[in-house]
Design a protein around this ligand. Structure first.
Ligand SMILES: [Zn+2]
Ligand SMILES: [Zn+2]
Length: 468
């Protein structure tokens, strides 16, 4: 492993101020203009060649430094969530701006931590005067947008030897698990309006079709593989007048399964249910519209072990009494961790998980999805979760937003950067690691190659912003 020293105070301030700026300007999927520009400027300030608006997405970008092999990619995210505005540094829920956005998944930290790692590796290569290319990828729209899948579809990650990233969490662990692939599809029913009392026989209710479709899918749930998940949101109920037979209705489905082929099979069955619902109600089902999709994550134990060695060699920063005090107050508002394995990761009576417990769980399917999955189909990919929050802090919560500018979050981010940089330096110094990682990756793909699950022609869409 490589020991990456803590950054000097001035550089620490430089990176944390960018993270705080992104926190102060929470922008949702594909609208992250200020956040993307702040990261592009930082890359330029550090000597990287920046390309803005890659893959046809205005807020996607890359910053490249160096030449020759290996080519190491760092993945950065920077999008926020709607409806999660929150005052920082407190232990109670209080919006900063009613209905505003907030960094409830810590992507302000994620994007800047990956940036700090890329800059460290660049400085290392520069000093050592050796070949190697570092590319930082600014990946927008992770939340509900599958930005990386769109980027992968356009070949943005082709040519990478490996990719490295991380995610802020309430514990330190190298992610060795896989995740669920998913598909998001809108079903629109078209019926005929009529006076619901005077001429109901002339009406054909699109809302009835939607309800029958949802009921049909309820029955499907018993007969699908246990890891699969199907969720929905009614995005158009037809109107607010019960006296009208609703002529239009739309429902958005999110279908998940261990592999994209499982998702595809379920999607066909959901389509059949939708067709049946249209037939039953005499309405028309418009062609389903796919809005996004992502692939399952392909774990890589070779790179995970390498990252874990770095975590072992570089212990988590010493927890200061003030961090512990704030963490304790926030922990008290949380209903326990979504990650049961996080128990015993901290000394009794404390509220911050500082211990790293490494578990090789490459057959475990985490019940969620990430568009890092698509990158992992293009090259060996490794990521860790690093403590930035009080133990028990749930994802997508006001508690995460509140802690997003805390000292613990800042230190966690800079620690993550050291772990990622150390992993990259090991890969640079020891070609056998990459060779082994590629062999493992090929074995896991089992002869399959990456096929982007998002159909050609589907373009990224900005998600609706609440109360803006
Ligand atoms: Zn998230
Ligand atoms: Zn996230």
């Amino acid at each position: 492993m490589s020991i990456v020293n803590e950054l000097p105070a001035e550089q620490k301030r430089y990176f944390t101020s960018i993270s705080d700026y992104i926190w102060d300007n929470p922008e949702t999927a594909f609208q992250e203009t200020k956040s993307a520009e702040a990261l592009c400027v930082a890359l330029e300030e550090n000597g990287f060649t920046v390309e803005r608006g890659i893959a046809g997405i205005p807020t996607a970008f890359s910053g490249t430094w160096g030449a020759g092999s290996p080519v190491i990619g760092f993945l950065g995210e920077f999008d926020a969530l709607s409806g999660l505005s929150q005052v920082p540094g407190v232990a109670h829920q209080e919006p900063l701006k009613a209905g505003g956005n907030g960094h409830g998944c810590g992507h302000n930290l994620l994007g800047v931590g990956a940036l700090a790692a890329a800059v460290s590796v660049k400085e290392y290569l520069e000093e050592a005067k050796r070949p190697g290319t570092v590319i930082y990828f600014g990946c927008p729209g992770e939340e509900g947008g599958s930005g990386k899948a769109f980027m992968a579809r356009e070949g943005v990650f082709d040519g990478l030897d490996c990719a490295i990233t991380w995610h802020p969490l309430d514990m330190n662990v190298v992610a060795t698990y896989t995740t669920l692939a998913n598909y998001q599809v809108a079903y629109h029913f078209h019926g005929r309006a009529a006076h619901a009392a005077a001429a109901p026989h002339l009406g054909r209710s699109a809302l009835d079709a939607l309800e029958l479709m949802n009921t049909g899918v309820q029955y499907l749930r018993e007969h699908m593989i246990p890891e699969a998940r199907i969720h929905y949101a009614i995005t158009n109920a037809g109107g607010i007048s019960p006296g009208v037979v609703q002529p239009e209705a739309e429902v958005l489905y999110l279908i998940r399964g261990p592999k994209i082929t499982d998702v595809q099979a379920l999607y066909e069955r959901v389509n059949d249910i939708a067709k049946g619902a249209a037939l039953m109600t005499g309405t028309e089902l418009l062609p389903p519209i796919s809005s996004k999709a992502c692939s399952n994550l392909v774990p890589n134990l070779t790179l995970s072990r390498c990252m874990n060695e770095n975590m072992k060699a570089m212990p988590f920063p010493q927890i200061q009494p003030a961090w512990e005090e704030y963490a304790k107050a926030v922990s008290a508002t949380c209903k326990g961790s979504a990650y049961p394995q996080a128990k015993n990761l901290r000394p009794a009576g404390t509220s911050v998980n500082t211990v790293n417990i490494y578990q090789e769980r490459d057959t475990f399917v985490a019940p969620g999805s990430t568009d890092v999955g698509d990158v992992s189909w293009v090259c060996p990919t490794v990521q860790s979760n690093i403590t930035c929050y009080a133990a028990g802090t749930p994802n997508h919560s006001w508690q995460q937003v509140a802690q997003g500018k805390s000292e613990l979050a800042h230190e966690g981010m800079l620690y993550a950067a050291r772990i990622m940089a150390g992993t990259a330096m090991d890969i640079l110094n020891n070609p056998a690691i990459l060779e082994e990682a590629k062999k493992e990756w090929q074995e896991r793909l089992g002869g399959e190659t990456y096929r982007c699950p998002i159909p050609a022609g589907v373009t990224p869409k900005a998600i609706r912003i609440m109360a803006e």
